[in-house]
Design a protein around this ligand. Structure first.
Ligand code: NDP
Length: 354
């Protein structure tokens, strides 16, 4: 089942049409990779197929993933180890992989962080491909949770499950709608592809992001209308901040003269750092929006079990760690300009607080 899913994603990524675009120059050089932006079509085809064959025609049980969580998790973990090893060895053999040193410590670091910046397989960029496996698979898992709840709830979905499904669907579909914005993110430009990202894309984004859906299978309680409205508003605000801040940075990196909120962008450091839009209000507004979305994704579970809020807790912890690393990277890269930026925009995520 798992191998079939991976093969399906690879075949669609390879053959579904979509615009071919060149990414930003990669870290440490001028190399620019070409990417086919077909994620939205690929995602929609996959989700539609799961719905038609799992829910409507019942060719296979739509609960198949929920019913096989433990074996699937073990299979994915084994694949993660195998694939990370393959990437490590192939990166060193093709000469593109870089080791940071010798000895056990360096080996553990290099295996974890990866040796090659942008490995490719079947003519596809592996990092970009893996992001397709991650979020497309996440929604498929959610669909399986919905089917599992319907099985125990007289064929109906609870309020919480409906909101969770909608929020998760919007978040994932939006990601593929704005797939080009990923090309200016740190992961694509600067991070090597090793165990850390392989584990993140293949196991973590499936099993840790979907805890809420898993929890909601057994929670069919009603949600008061006032709370439903509050949840939707909180999600919508987070989504707007997340989307517009990431799009502003991407527009700026693609075309430094692109208008931001209808105005010419204000910059510092010879036009390298954007001071307009969200980037003039907070240094990490894209994290603020993402955190709000994560909190909203867990809201339908109520507040009786901390387990159901694992995803926002994790995302905020990860975000803090990433923000500190990114701040160090930018301080080293932009030097005085970064000091000036931090003076002009003193807060990173919450105005007046942090
Ligand atoms: P960012 O998109 O914030 O990228 C940081 C980089 O952007 C910096 O290294 C710098 O790169 C550039 N930059 C920062 N400030 C400015 C500025 N003012 N003007 C111009 N360039 C600037 O970080 P991430 O890649 O970590 O996050 C992207 C999105 O993905 C976020 O919304 C995040 O929440 C989300 N995300 C979600 C995860 C999840 O698990 N759900 C995991 C990780 C990220 P340069 O040196 O190129 O200028």
């Amino acid at each position: 089942m798992y191998a079939g899913f991976l093969a399906w994603i690879v075949v669609l990524a390879k053959f579904v049409p979509g615009p071919l675009v060149q990414g930003q120059p990669l870290e440490g050089g001028k190399e620019r990779v070409w990417y086919r932006l077909n994620g939205l079509r690929l995602a929609m085809i996959t989700w539609a197929m799961y719905y038609i064959f799992g829910f409507v025609l019942q060719t296979f049980p739509a609960t198949i993933i929920y019913d096989n969580m433990a074996p699937l998790s073990t299979t994915v973990l084994l694949f993660v180890l195998f694939f990370s090893t393959y990437l490590f060895v192939s990166g060193l053999m093709n000469g593109k992989g870089k080791r940071t040193g010798t000895g056990v410590g360096a080996f553990v670091h290099d295996f974890w962080a990866g040796v090659e910046l942008n490995p490719s397989l079947f003519g596809l960029d592996v990092k970009f491909l893996s992001l397709k496996v991650a979020l497309v698979g996440w929604v498929v898992m959610n669909m399986s949770f919905a089917a599992a709840q319907m099985r125990v709830n007289g064929g109906r979905l609870s309020d919480g499950m409906i909101f969770y499904q909608i929020f998760a669907f919007v978040y994932s579909a939006d990601y593929y709608w704005h797939e080009s914005a990923m090309l200016s993110t740190w992961d694509i430009i600067s991070e090597h592809f090793g165990l850390m990202l392989v584990f993140g894309d293949y196991w973590w984004m499936w099993f840790a992001f979907s805890v809420q859906g898993w929890y909601l299978v057994g929670d069919t309680s009603r949600i008061a209308p006032g709370l439903q409205i509050a949840m939707v508003l909180f999600f919508a605000l987070g989504y707007w901040i997340f989307r517009s801040s990431n799009s502003q940075k991407n527009a700026f990196k693609t075309d430094p003269k692109a208008l931001i909120w209808g105005k010419k962008p204000e910059t510092i450091g010879n036009g390298r750092i954007l001071l307009s839009g969200w980037w003039g209000i907070l240094r990490k507004a894209n994290y603020t929006g993402d955190w709000m979305i994560a909190i909203a994704l867990a809201m339908p579970c109520g507040y009786t079990h901390i387990f159901a809020h694992f995803y926002p807790i994790y995302l905020i912890s990860l975000g803090i760690h990433r923000a500190v690393r990114d701040d160090r990277k930018c301080a080293a890269k932009y030097k005085d300009v970064w000091v000036e930026y931090k003076q002009r925009v003193p807060y990173a995520v919450i105005p007046g607080i942090i």
